[in-house]
Design a protein around this ligand. Structure first.
Ligand SMILES: [Cu+2]
Length: 236
C-alpha cells in the first residue's frame, strides 16, 4: 500500500511537472513591478524563456494604462496606429500560441517613450537557447517536438489515471470488506447487549411485580389479622 502510494505520488509529480512545462503564466513586470512605467522590461524578459503554450498577463490600472500589441515597426516607433490588438481590462491574459516575437506597448501618450514597451521572444520548447531568431525553420522544427511532448504527456496522464483507478478500486474493496466486518461486529455486539438489557429489564420487572405482590399479600394478611383481632375483641 505504501509502495503504491509512493508510485502514485511520483506519477502525480510527473504530471504536474509536465503541466508546468506545458504552460507557464508570467505576469509582466512581476515580482518587482507590474505593467507600469517603473519596470525595465528589457531586464525582465532576460530572466524568462517563453515557449508556445505559455501565457503572459498584463496587470495594471485600466485608468492609467492599456496594452496594445503592435508590429516591430510600431514597437520601434512607439506607434499604436497600426496595432494588432488592443486590451484594456487591467488584467489581460495573452496566450503565446506559437514561436516568434511579439511586441506590446502602452498606447497612452508618452508611456511607450518612457519605457512601457516589451518585446517577447517565444521559442520552441526543445531549444534551450533563447534568441530572437525564431524564424520559420525553428517553427517547423518545433512541431514534432511539441507533438512528442504532448504524446508523452497524454501517456503519463493515462498511466496515472489507470493507476489511480486501480488503487481506488483496491481501496474501495478494502473499505467495503472492513465496513462490512465493522457492521457485523456492531450488529453482534448490539445483539448481545440488547439481549442482556432485555433480560435484565424482564428480570427487574418480574422482581418488582413479585415484590409488590409479596408486599400487598403481607399487608392484606396483616389487615385481615387485624380485622379478625378487632372482631374477636368486639365479640368477647
Ligand atoms: Cu501606460
Amino acid at each position: 500500500m505504501a509502495m503504491a502510494a509512493a508510485v502514485l505520488l511520483a506519477v502525480a509529480a510527473a504530471v504536474v511537472m509536465v503541466e508546468v512545462a506545458a504552460a507557464a503564466t508570467y505576469t509582466v513586470g512581476a515580482p518587482d513591478g507590474l505593467w507600469d512605467m517603473q519596470t525595465d522590461y528589457a531586464e525582465w524578459v532576460k530572466t524568462k524563456t517563453f515557449h508556445p503554450g505559455d501565457n503572459i498577463t498584463f496587470t495594471y490600472s485600466p485608468e492609467l494604462h492599456d496594452v496594445v500589441e503592435v508590429t516591430k515597426a510600431g514597437y520601434d516607433a512607439c506607434s499604436s496606429a497600426n496595432n494588432i490588438s488592443a486590451l484594456r481590462t487591467g488584467n489581460d491574459v495573452v496566450p503565446l500560441t506559437a514561436a516568434g516575437t511579439r511586441y506590446f506597448l502602452c498606447g497612452l501618450t508618452g508611456h511607450c517613450g518612457n519605457g512601457m514597451k516589451i518585446r517577447v521572444d517565444v521559442v520552441a520548447a526543445a531549444s534551450s537557447a533563447p534568441g530572437p531568431a525564431a524564424g520559420p525553420a525553428s517553427l517547423s522544427a518545433a512541431v514534432p517536438t511539441s507533438a512528442s511532448r504532448a504524446a508523452a504527456g497524454v501517456a503519463i496522464r493515462v498511466a496515472a489515471a489507470s493507476l489511480l483507478l486501480h488503487a481506488a478500486r483496491r481501496r474501495q474493496l478494502a473499505f467495503t470488506t472492513r465496513a462490512s466486518l465493522v457492521l457485523r461486529a456492531c450488529v453482534a455486539t448490539f445483539g448481545v447487549l440488547a439481549s442482556f438489557v432485555s433480560a435484565a429489564y424482564v428480570c427487574s420487572m418480574y422482581t418488582l411485580l413479585f415484590s409488590r405482590m409479596l408486599v400487598s399479600f403481607i399487608f392484606s394478611q396483616q389487615a385481615g389479622q387485624q380485622r379478625i383481632n378487632a372482631l374477636a375483641r368486639s365479640i368477647t
